[in-house]
Design a protein around this ligand. Structure first.
Ligand code: IDC
Length: 459
């Protein structure tokens, strides 16, 4: 929405109407804003640029503070300030007579550092300037430029009718990949693998599967939140959309995780509100639970996201492992007749091609005429994530999704030792994500499908 407001403001200025439609901030200014960008990474090392914008009263000197979210991240060398690290806490200070010590209201200082990391390299999020949290934003980031990337072309997405639409209000289909559980496969998500996904696969979308149980979010909420944010940034840097998947699975009732969902989404929505590339998926696969119970969960979580990020698309899981109810002997009609009370939302459908065939395709064909659908996860194999790839069923499914312009993410962009994984076991221990030899049968099929031109409509 930021871009839309910016364009509206520009048009309004030309018409002399600025005062009537001046853009309103989605997040109130509270003193400062920090733009953090990893500008380079190499084996065990990285370089980051940090831009501090003072949105409060003028200061004669300043001290920036933030925490390195991962224990393995260490500051090596910084510039344009005096840098130090103690434990996870990093500070960068400028005091008179340093040339950049004084910051007027609205003025910015640009600094940077190199660091080392082992394991993940998530972006810090809790920045402070002279002790004031930098959560503010006056008019948001500059509009996303049309740099030919999926996000550059399409900008902030929204739901229009039963479709996902771009900034030109035209239907688009996003095609991409899902991570495996990030608690198990973080070694698969790095600059090289993301470059391969964006540039070789030409993917539009990265789904970030953050399990809640099974050693996931519940064991370290702050750490997993940071990891998700780091992956959102890696997708954004490459012009890909990021689907933040709150990967509930066992137990199947999402209400079991309602408080965790509220905490998690309040945080990621506030942090990512100004980004055009974020889509929220609030419950992976509800199972053993009724549609009214799922709907109730959705109607409690959606307002939490909207309060921080009013314009993002939100995807709601459906009954029977997100089968629109079909795997429970029900159908999409329970949703059509009792929709979630919210706008700009879509409903999840998942399939595994070797397990789910004609009756599921029939349900999707019927439902697609009435409900905005998003295939946030599917496999080319059986519902176990293993077994033989079913090429014929996968092809029939993907042709159907293409025809209906239903977006999809494939399980998984990982080297898990299971046939649903796109890479051969051991691939993520090396740096090669591009040669054909590292792909599995499923990976080769998906790369072929996803890398064809998108032809996103722009007019
Ligand atoms: C599977 C993984 C497997 C893991 C298991 C348990 O592939 O390695 O051990 O989860 O968490 C889903 C789920 C997804 C499953 C996948 C395959 O959303 O978490 O991943 N699947 O079973 N729904 C249908 C299939």
């Amino acid at each position: 929405m930021k871009r839309f407001l910016a364009l509206l403001a520009t048009c309004a200025t030309v018409l002399g109407l600025t005062a009537l439609v001046a853009p309103q901030p989605a997040v109130a200014a509270t003193g400062c804003r920090v733009d953090y960008t990893v500008t380079n990474t190499w084996q065990g090392g990285f370089q980051a640029a940090v831009k501090i914008t003072n949105l409060g009263a003028p200061v004669a000197g300043w001290k920036l503070g933030f925490a390195m979210p991962d224990a393995g991240q260490r500051l090596a060398q910084g510039w344009n300030a005096t840098w130090s690290q103690s434990g996870s806490a990093v500070t960068a200070t400028a005091a008179a007579p340093d040339w950049n010590a004084a910051l007027a209201t609205g003025a910015a200082a640009e600094l940077g550092f190199t660091g080392t990391f082992s394991g993940a390299n998530p972006a810090p999020s809790a920045f402070t300037l002279n002790g004031v949290p930098c959560t503010g934003s006056d008019d948001g980031p500059p509009p996303v430029g049309d740099d030919g990337t999926p996000v550059g072309i399409n900008g902030q997405l929204h739901v229009c009718g039963v479709n996902l639409c771009n900034q030109y209000d035209r239907p688009v289909q996003l095609r991409g990949m899902s991570t495996h559980g990030i608690q198990w496969f973080s070694q698969c998500y790095n600059a090289a693998s993301m470059d391969a996904l964006a540039h070789d696969w030409k993917a539009d979308l990265l789904r970030i599967a953050m399990y809640v149980q099974e050693d996931g979010y519940e064991t370290d909420p702050a750490g997993f939140t940071d990891r998700v944010n780091g992956l959102v940034d890696m997708a954004e840097d490459r012009g890909m959309y990021a689907l933040i998947d709150f990967h509930t699975l066992t137990p199947g009732d999402p209400n079991y995780n309602l408080d965790r969902a509220k905490t998690f989404f309040a945080s990621v929505a506030a942090r990512n509100a100004d980004k055009a590339n974020v889509i929220y998926e609030i419950a992976n696969e509800p199972n053993g639970v009724s549609w009214p119970a799922i709907k109730s969960y959705a109607e409690q979580v959606i307002p939490v996201i909207r309060a921080a990020d009013p314009d993002a698309v939100i995807v709601v899981g459906t009954r029977g492992w997100s089968s629109l109810g079909v795997s429970d002997g029900s159908s999409e009609s329970e949703i059509v007749n009792n929709r979630v009370n919210a706008t700009n939302i879509m409903y999840t459908f998942h399939f595994y091609a070797a397990s789910h065939k004609d009756n599921y395709r029939a349900a999707v064909s019927r439902a697609a005429a009435q409900l905005p659908l998003f295939v946030t996860e599917f496999g080319t194999v059986s519902a176990t994530g293993g077994g033989a790839m079913d090429r014929a069923s996968t092809t029939t499914w993907l042709d159907l999704l293409d025809q209906l312009k239903i977006s999809y993410a494939n399980w998984t962009y990982s080297d898990a030792p299971e046939s649903s994984a796109a890479f051969q076991p051991g691939t993520c221990d090396g740096g090669d994500y591009s040669s054909s030899g590292v792909l599995t049968e499923s990976g080769a099929l998906l790369k072929d499908r996803i890398s064809t031109p998108d032809h996103f409509p722009t007019g």
